[in-house]
Design a protein around this ligand. Sequence first.
Ligand code: ATP
Length: 319
Amino acid sequence: IKTIGVLTSGGDAPGMNAAVRAVVRAALKKGMTVYGVKRGYCGLLEDDIEPMDEMSVAGIISRGGTMLYTARSAEFRTEQGVLKAKATCEKYGLEGLVVIGGDGSFRGAADLSAHGILCVGLPGTIDNDIACTDYTIGYDTAMNTAMELMDKLSDTSQSHYRCSVVEVMGRGAGYIALNTGVASGALEIITKEKPYDLDKIAKKMMEFKARGKQNFIIVVAENIGHSEEICKLIQEKTGIESRATILGHVQRGGSPTVRDRVAATEMGYYAVELLEQGIGNRVVGMQGGKIVDFDIQEALSMEKPYDGKLHQIAEDIAF
Ligand code: ATP
């Protein structure tokens, strides 16, 4: 393979820039020509593509967001859209494409692979909701951001003897909620993976309050239900003043952590190695600390385990 492209697609995640940098530099090192495709698949549909050199990715490893921008494209999901994207790839001589994004982006990559463009997906999402990998680029930074914000909330709820109900991102998956809940010493972690009972939570809070506990953190995963509503019910059931905070998109920004930069760099380099060998229709991941790759369809059909043991530990030691 002589010429490849790289794009970021779906929701952005800190570390996407580090991945783009690794892909560009690895490809150049191997003597390939590299193009940056802007705004995900939209760039292929609208011919928004530019050549990349070593300097195009200088200084971006520490920057959040994505220098290639990202988007969602409805047109690309149609057969006509895929054919148009393929035509753009042919125009620039792109034989391979590295797609940094989530499951939706990988489905698009599989479609394009079926049309002869070798695509390799890199897991770039803060939610860590990609089954074939233990770890996704952006997850660590997002969790650290959420944890720092929860620490601040904990300070103020302590001063006021309050309960803070904190909603974190995750798109329905409870990985961010579970880990940030453990890291911030939450009383309760509410995720879709583990059933919860508000009456039991309220009873526990009142018991702990009677034993001297002054502040309470309850972490709620996004898409569980309305955290405002949960907060209201908790206040009604316990009489403890409660406030809901939805952390929101702030979790998607910021300078990536060491872990995200290193994972992005290793996975980006690996993606180029696959393309160099003429291998496409793969998703790269990390399992047990090792870089691995799977057929895209196989990767999409896998199911990700939830760490029920960690959730149990959090419950056992909560006070
Ligand atoms: P995240 O979940 O982190 O936001 P994602 O990659 O899952 O990332 P999506 O919005 O689902 O985000 O997908 C990104 C883009 O991938 C879509 O805009 C679309 O162009 C393409 N895509 C999504 N689903 C499909 C599909 N089933 N078939 C083909 N292309 C798809």
